[in-house]
Design a binder for this molecule. Structure first.
Ligand code: GLY
Length: 366
């Protein structure tokens, strides 16, 4: 059974369709596009590219593919230029559409190209990774990386449709799938204690990619993200809570090199860190912090720095947290939990507390 979640943003509202069968192009029934570009990567296009092109043809769009090499290094201005060249060669105009078929990298890159080509054309997100389904395809953030840092150039550009085909998760490599579960757990912590309990009860079914469980959980995560984005599209306030675990997670990605951890793995460690800070600074019950760690561990995510591998120096990690895009001045800011389902953003903590909590992530005791 397919589910639809609407992101309510006035005239820029759109549906997230969650089901099986890649129902791409539903929104084109009302506003057809003759011409389109299908942006995908070298891993995903061979699996789902033809089906997606067929679906687009059924929706009346003759789309040409642009296939970029898989991997974060493709999220670049050079690849955006390749998409612009494809758009010009295909004759895309302001009524055309760009479709992003893939994970977060493809969604961010194709979204950035759609946002900037001819000052903005329509974008359809067709996420094929769990992380993209529950997070990056929804909410309109698009970006490319610079050599100096991730996501440094970007623009808000809402899609006109998100088509999440849960069947595509079957081909996701195990580590990628588990990495996406970090963002799923995040929604339970920041917004919905009942979802968190559901995740605890369904951890094995989730790990086994059970179809019914995935449909229920992905739908609930998208509802939460849709509500938060509708409240604060441009991250002037409450949208910042989506960054729970990300101050530490981004810093870990930066100091460890971006090939050491997948994003969700780094965020899982960042969530363990944030939970420890939450106990120290916001009165989070230690049992609830332990439940966060335990759930992350049960779904297969790291909750401690690996034994036998030298952890980053605290000074480097502290410096990287300070350099986070969300930081003001020299003080890192965190989203911290007061209880499961209730968090506050913009929190600071004394350096001694920051260091002590990191010590808890590096220590092996559980
Ligand atoms: N991924 C966080 C956000 O969309 O705001």
């Amino acid at each position: 059974m397919a589910q639809t979640v609407t992101v309510n943003l006035g005239e820029r509202s759109y549906d997230i369709n969650i089901g099986t069968g890649l129902a791409v192009g539903r929104c084109l029934a009302d506003h057809p596009a003759e011409c389109g570009l299908l942006v995908s990567d070298s891993n995903v296009f061979p699996l789902y590219g033809d089906l997606c092109l067929r679906r687009l043809a059924e929706a009346g769009v003759a789309a040409e593919p642009v296939i970029v090499p898989a991997g974060e290094q493709s999220k670049s201005l050079d690849m955006a230029a390749r998409i612009y060249a494809g758009a010009v060669a295909t004759g895309l105009d302001r009524g055309s559409v760009i479709v992003a078929l893939g994970g977060g990298m493809v969604g961010d890159l194709a979204g950035f190209a759609a946002a900037t080509y001819m000052r903005g054309i329509r974008l359809i997100q067709a996420p094929t990774s769990l992380l993209a389904m529950v997070d990056s395809s929804v909410g309109g953030k698009t970006a490319v990386n610079l050599p100096e840092g991730k996501n440094l150039v970007g623009v808000f550009h809402q899609p006109v449709e998100v088509a999440a085909d849960l069947a595509t998760l079957a081909t996701l490599p195990p580590r990628e799938y588990v990495s996406g579960l970090a963002e799923v757990v995040k929604y339970g912590v920041i917004w919905d204690a009942a979802l968190f309990k559901d995740l605890e009860d369904s951890a094995e079914a989730l790990a086994a990619r059970d179809a019914e469980t995935l449909e229920r959980v992905v739908t609930r995560c998208c509802e939460i993200k849709a509500d938060i984005v509708a409240m604060d599209e441009r991250e002037a306030g409450v949208r910042a809570i989506l960054n729970f675990g990300h101050t530490g997670g981004h810093a870990l990605e930066q100091v460890s090199g971006y090939d050491r951890w997948l994003h969700g793995e780094a965020v899982a460690l960042g969530m363990v860190y944030a939970a420890r800070l939450s106990v120290a600074e916001r009165g989070l019950d230690a049992d609830e912090a332990a439940r966060i760690e335990s759930l992350l561990q049960r779904v297969g995510l790291p909750v401690r720095w690996p034994a036998g591998e030298a952890p980053p120096a605290w000074a480097d990690l502290r410096q990287a947290m300070q350099a986070d895009k969300k930081t003001r001045g020299r003080t890192p800011r965190f989203v911290l939990a007061e209880q499961l389902g209730a968090v506050v953003f913009g929190c600071e903590a004394p350096d001694s507390v920051l260091e002590e909590a990191w010590g808890g992530v590096v220590r092996r005791e559980m």
